[in-house]
Design a protein around this ligand. Structure first.
Ligand SMILES: [Zn+2]
Length: 303
């Protein structure tokens, strides 16, 4: 069986097996120290690096990492302005063979990051997003010999929108896999929540409030009944590992619990995460869709 993924991280299945067979976590850590440590520490390190920025620059960087995870170097240079080059967040897409489908690379319609392209026999490629495959973001690509037009993807599930490919050998840069997992995916969830709740009388939605250790603050006030939500989105692949990381955090003494928001596509595993965090009154966890529904219910006076 495969033990490590292409990033050198312990595959989810190995961790799950360890837990199912009651191998104590500490024993796994002893043999695989870099794997889990790397994921958690990398996330913390990334945040620490950009938290040193002034608040406006911090918000700009967070937004750009979510909105533009792939672009040509010139475009990125312009958008990032004086901040470009200060961080090693981007890598040349040309150096990534895993997303190269006969010379073309296709960004995911849901998260805009390069989709994985795997040879599926007879010159055909299976093209799918590692995160959004569960939502039906998967296609096939048949390169046409001698064709000069733009490449066309076929198929696609329910939510697979139109995709425009770009040359894999071009001067395109994309955020690293770690950045994508810990910044782009949760960032896009947070901006979608902000957009869904903006424009409601009495509801104040604020991204990156001050130096607080959460990303989104939503406050209900007159004419609504007062209430506050503090939100942190997480798009970890393994809820087991996410639970471990959250449980390692010191208990928060905040007046309201921190709401950990996870993707709706992972809802079937949510009870597992909720059970793991049952002892932590300072944390609650729900899907992005359920969170927006809860706030909207509050605004309608239904609680
Ligand atoms: Zn995606």
């Amino acid at each position: 069986m495969r033990l490590l993924d292409q990033d050198g991280l312990l595959c989810d299945a190995v961790e799950d097996l360890g837990r199912e067979h009651l191998v104590p976590q500490q024993a796994l850590m002893e043999y695989w120290p870099w794997a889990r440590l790397r994921a958690e520490q990398e996330e913390q390190q990334l945040y620490a690096e950009i938290r040193r920025l002034p608040p406006d620059d911090y918000a700009k960087v967070r937004e750009l990492l979510a909105s533009d995870p792939v672009a040509q170097q010139g475009v990125l240079w312009e958008k990032w302005d004086g901040l470009w080059g200060r961080f090693g967040f981007f890598e040349p897409v040309a150096s990534w063979p895993w997303c190269n489908a006969a010379g073309w690379c296709f960004p995911c319609p849901a998260c805009a990051w390069p989709m994985r392209a795997q040879p599926a026999g007879q010159g055909v490629f299976a093209v799918a997003c590692d995160a959004h495959l569960l939502e039906g973001v998967q296609y096939t690509y048949r390169p046409v010999r001698g064709s000069s037009g733009p490449p066309v993807l076929e198929g696609g599930g329910a939510s697979a929108g139109r995709v425009e490919g770009f040359p894999a050998a071009g001067d395109y840069f994309a955020v690293s896999r770690t950045m994508w997992r810990y910044m782009t995916l949760p960032g896009r969830m947070e901006f979608a929540i902000r957009d869904a709740l903006t424009g409601i009388a009495g509801l104040d939605v604020l991204m990156y409030p001050g130096s607080d250790r959460y990303d989104l603050r939503i406050t209900a006030a007159e004419p609504l009944v007062a209430k506050e939500w503090r939100v942190d989105a997480k798009a970890w692949r393994s809820f087991g590992a996410l639970a471990d990381a959250l449980l390692e955090r010191p208990v928060l003494a905040a007046p309201v619990p921190l709401t950990i928001v996870v993707p709706h596509r992972q809802r079937s595993d949510l009870p597992l995460l909720q059970a793991r965090l049952a002892g932590r009154r300072d944390l609650e966890v729900m899907t992005d869709k359920d969170f927006v529904a809860e706030v909207l219910r509050w605004c309608r006076g239904e609680w």
